[in-house]
Design a protein around this ligand. Sequence first.
Ligand code: GLN
Length: 502
Amino acid sequence: MNQSLPFVHELAPKLLTRELSSREVTQFFLDRIEKLQPSIRAFISWDSELALSEADKIDRRRASGESLSPLAGIPIAIKDILCTTDSPTTCGSRILEQYRSPYDAHLVSKLREAGLVILGKTNLDEFAMGGSTETGFQGPAYNPWDLARTCGGSSGGSAASVAAAMAPIAIGTDTGGSIRQPAAFCGVCGLKPTYGRVSRYGLIAYASSLDQAGPFGHTISDLAMVMQVTAGHDPRDSTSLNVPVDDYTSAISKPLEGARIGVIREQIDGEGLDAEVRQAILAAIDEYRRMGCKIIDIALPHTKYSIATYYIIAPCEASSNLSRYDGAHFGFRAALNSKPVAAGASKQNSPLVEMMSQTRSQGFGPEVRRRIMLGTYTLSEGYFDAYYLKALKVRRLIRQDYDAAFEKVDVLLGPTTPTPPFRLGEKVNDPVQMYLEDLFTVGANLAGIPAISLPIGKTKSGLPIGMQLQGPALSESRLLQIANDYHRAIDYRPMLPPIAAD
Ligand code: GLN
């Protein structure tokens, strides 16, 4: 297979006409994984034999004349936080290092039903807590555009795998920006769908009211094709939306017809935005204006509280969700070296409590422990009202800002991240600096709305820059269309970083 074909829109038609087999395509990506994994570390696990045997099944079905979905035979990489029965699901945590799920995540079943071939499970921050893919027990992933820099996080492995063409498309999850920020840092497209649009069944929970899974791809049309397969109601997730799924793939080709684009002024004029990112965003606004869109300035006055709100709510939910990892139910259990406790000893000193406490302190890394402690503290009596309840109220105000904005505009435009990808090691020991990276992305999770990041250019030193578009709940079609039209207008061509191009 020819090197210039790692993109879905070029592969899918050739698979359909059987000019290429799924085995050939899968082998091509497996070879690239073998070659690039040592320098990029985008994957935690992959199984070449399994992937090839799945590919063969699709080839046989196609040869027998069965009509298959447009993505049948295309390989895909999955963030290692979605349950799969045929490979480990580690969440990048020692505590789940040996865990095998007895069931597939809903989203994984949907991909399998549509004939996609799972290549492997991608690197992430431990339990998706982080913004740099540095906190997992397996070590960091590296940005294919500059190996000294972060590929973003927490779905950094998924973004890097697509950027380096180790996979044509990938799945990530986004609780506060973990699809959009790595997409921006790696120069690919990423979509966080509306909360509830894609089932969370089998997506290991970090913060349940914010988590949502979505696709990475080189083009907006790749995102639309994956959404077509993964969106939809699932009775096993009580927050799954029972509303019809749009035709995303045909929506993106419709003409824009005078879209109203809201420009989030405080994000563009505010301090802390890198000058080259600002310049690229201003150029994109000009382009939309040239395309006949109406540009309207919008204020979201409560966004200044969004980081504080998110970093109260997410750790609270995490502390509750992660209480299940106790050494008794899942995965890792610490070996006890303490002496047996005398009869009549207090409960706190019992071997069971000792085992649980050792398991959790050895099994979780420092960032996860920090969040569990923060969340437990915030939810405790006396602090609950002052912090958690207050954060819920501010969350409502943030949502109301968006509601008011979407009465005036179709989408909101701004940068995805304040800076281009930062250096590995630069922020991992400084949580506040790391958390500030999420400034522009957490709002969409708090409000439950869809948001997309698309590449719009590069800095002088060749690092990718991303633009974020946010829309009202269930406006994925419109978002994809507005993003796609921009790429069409600038004649955007997906690019491979030098490390992946030879
Ligand atoms: N960086 C954010 C955090 O650390 C977002 C993570 C995510 O979206 N999973 O929580």
